[in-house]
Design a protein around this ligand. Structure first.
Ligand code: ADP
Ligand code: MG
Length: 321
């Protein structure tokens, strides 16, 4: 049985003013362009797409690190773009973000202990002793030891640093964690360890994840459902198994064909994407994927395809489906 949606994002847009000089009228970068999806409690929703398609912008907008241009996001019944003051602070405690580069997100001269204590101090949680005990607990939960408390980030390996970043995100007991490429900077073996840890933590701490990555193989490993993003738009959405068994959008098929397939008997054809990712400043007319699409027709260049439901939980925006 499916739980209630924890987050309902509708018609979300984030346009940045272009930094390009010398144009006679100002243009906008449509980093997120009319994105809608639901996030159910306890699930992992994987958001995948090539670099520059707007994934991080979407995450940052939901965290209120940047304001949306348009649209709505209802979190547990409340419009989160209307939150301010105390209610915004309470929301920020329930929602945390884990970034890609654990080295950049940890202060080089702060010990692991003080990095983990900081959020507790900011949110005025516990006495000094409580906080110390909580940090030691948290170190253990993410698979580190008490003697990491006094270490500095550079004394740790990349995987250990990412464990610290996870611990810091989880120490305030959030409900929703937005993970932006959390394992992209790590070796494959370490990636698998961190992904397994994240799965375990999700079960133990009843977390909901929005998991952002450019690598469909990584997203597959952890997601219940996947949304595929292309140039600021969601072009397909389905449960993970369904998406891999029955990809419908030509872009999804191309992404999928690049994922190494463990089954040698399967005859999945490699679809090579032609051309570069178009500029968000001058997005193609009609379907923004049409200049790279092997199947594009005239209609695709003229008419924007809308997201349609093709099965109970499968959505796609393509004229050819
Ligand atoms: P992704 O995370 O999928 O790689 P981003 O969300 O980082 O994509 O970027 C989407 C687009 O928005 C890119 O073209 C990027 O240059 C642009 N962009 C991101 N942040 C800003 C910003 N603060 N100001 C202007 N443009 C931005
Ligand atoms: Mg990004």
């Amino acid at each position: 049985m499916r739980s209630l949606p924890m987050l309902k994002v509708s018609g979300l847009r984030k346009y940045y003013p272009s930094k390009q000089q010398g144009t006679w009228r100002s243009k906008q970068v449509k980093a997120v362009d009319d994105v809608s999806f639901l996030l159910y409690e306890g699930e992992t929703y994987g958001l995948v797409g090539e670099s520059g398609c707007g994934k991080s912008t979407l995450g940052r907008t939901l965290l209120r690190l940047t304001e949306p241009t348009e649209g709505s996001a209802v979190y547990q019944g409340e419009e989160l773009f209307a939150l301010s003051g105390k209610s915004l602070q309470a929301y920020r405690k329930q929602l945390q973000m884990v970034f890609q580069d654990p080295f950049a997100s940890l202060h080089p001269r702060k010990t692991i202990g003080s990095a983990l204590t900081e959020p507790l101090i900011i949110h005025r949680i516990g006495t000094q002793e409580d906080r110390y005990a909580r940090v030691l607990d948290m170190l253990q939960i993410v698979g580190l030891q008490a003697d990491h408390y006094n270490r500095l980030p550079h004394e740790l390996s990349g995987g250990q640093r990412q464990r610290v970043v996870l611990a810091r995100a989880l120490i305030l007991e959030p409900k929703l964690v937005i993970c932006d490429e959390p394992v992209s900077a790590l070796d494959v073996i370490i990636q698998a360890q961190i992904l397994n840890l994240m799965k375990q933590l999700q079960q133990d701490l009843k977390l909901t994840y929005l998991f952002i990555a450019h690598d469909l193989g990584v997203v597959r490993h952890i997601s219940d459902r996947i949304g595929v993003m292309y140039l600021g738009k969601l072009v397909e959405e389905a449960p993970t198994d369904e998406l891999f068994a029955n990809p419908l959008h030509p872009y999804t098929r191309a992404l999928l064909s690049a994922v190494p397939n463990p089954d040698p008997s399967s005859k999945r054809e490699r679809v090579l994407l032609e051309g570069d990712i178009p500029s968000l400043l001058n997005p193609p007319t009609g379907c923004s994927f049409h200049p790279r699409c092997p199947l594009a027709t005239e209609r695709c260049g003229n008419e924007l395809p809308l997201k349609r439901q093709v099965a109970a939980t499968h959505y796609v925006a393509c004229h050819l489906v």
